[in-house]
Design a protein around this ligand. Sequence first.
Ligand SMILES: Cc1ncc(COP(=O)(O)O)c(C=O)c1O
Length: 417
Amino acid sequence: MNAQFVSNEVLTPEQQALVLAHPSRLGDSTQAVHGGRSENPYHSITEPLVSTATYTFENTQAVNEYMRHKLWGEPLERSEYGRYGNPTITAAEARLAALEGAEEAILFASGMQAISTLLLGLLSSGDHLIITENLYRKTRQLCLSTLPRYGIECSVVPLNDAHALRTAIRPNTRLLFSESPTNPHNRLLDLEQFVEIARQHHLLTVVDATFATPFNLRPIEWGVDLVVHSATKYLAGHNDLLAGVVAGRRELLAGLREFQGTVGAITDAYIAALLIRGLKTLGLRIQRHNENAQRIAEYLAAHPAVERVWYPTLPSHPDYAIGKRQYRGFGGVVSFTVKGDGQSAARVLDALQIPLLAVSLGGTESLVSQPAVISYYELSRQERLALGIEDNLIRYSVGIEDAEDLIADLEQALRHV
Ligand SMILES: Cc1ncc(COP(=O)(O)O)c(C=O)c1O
């Protein structure tokens, strides 16, 4: 590790060349601050925020030259129109690719836009995909309700069930999609097994690693083809923007970028600049989220008013062993059931003083929600229970506040069970 890079944001040309030439030699926090960085015309430390719909050309010869490069698929240093490229967005994409250890990344306006553009861009009518259970609810809905309208079939298999996965593969299966850790139970994908089965059958693998972040897991290192994130969560980290990202090999992303330009699934430069700013502190934030969540999970597991805690460092978690083998940490979400019913959980939520009552996760401020009455409200109770969403389940997205304060707050709130 080149320690001098960690605290010094201004790089010498030699250091910059090192960052660009050997991204894998640098530590995660260095990548978060410098990864993919390139010089800009203003020599500004911050990436210039280029807010423009279109770009000018000097003359028609310059237009012809640019279009010739574009038609030949050669690297382009500029763009002709905002839907096809923007320097601030390109800078954010380079940083995200460096963090994931990917060749390239594409930024989108939300996590769901990233996932839907990816699946619609890579799959065609007549294709089949397999998803694992416990996916983020809207991803599951996209795969089971929306994609079939375009002739794309989908099967669901239990997480880490190798037999079920092998049995679900058909001649027209093209892609396996999973998520890890899952929302809200923190179930962990066994990446080794997932990739091995996919390779045996020549299938593309995609993992939504929103809950993990590249600090806790880099699926590409395990052989996964494409990683997606809701960058709205930890990557941006301040509950102030929506964004999504897909990262992976250049040859896989080339067609997707083309599709993005066609359907207009883009974000804007201001969001990209805010995201870059958020990414710089990702390492510090994740370290704190991991530590705070660990302490809160242990506290809750020992509390008499708590029925069950879902955090992968607890030996009671079903994927504890996988977590030990394959993951570096588990992020800030701790889900738990309280003794009693939905009303008991609601009383605890209303009594909590520090976390804010809101959906979403991964930001600096702690957030709490009761999935049964917000994220899963339109499902019947039976359907919710089939997904493990019990009435008395609380999802606590632990922020970066002082753990002692959060625990003292939980102590008083749990008296209301
Ligand atoms: C695991 C996961 N993936 C994807 C999404 C969707 O992201 P976005 O809200 O940015 O569209 C979410 C949102 O909660 C999520 O938790």
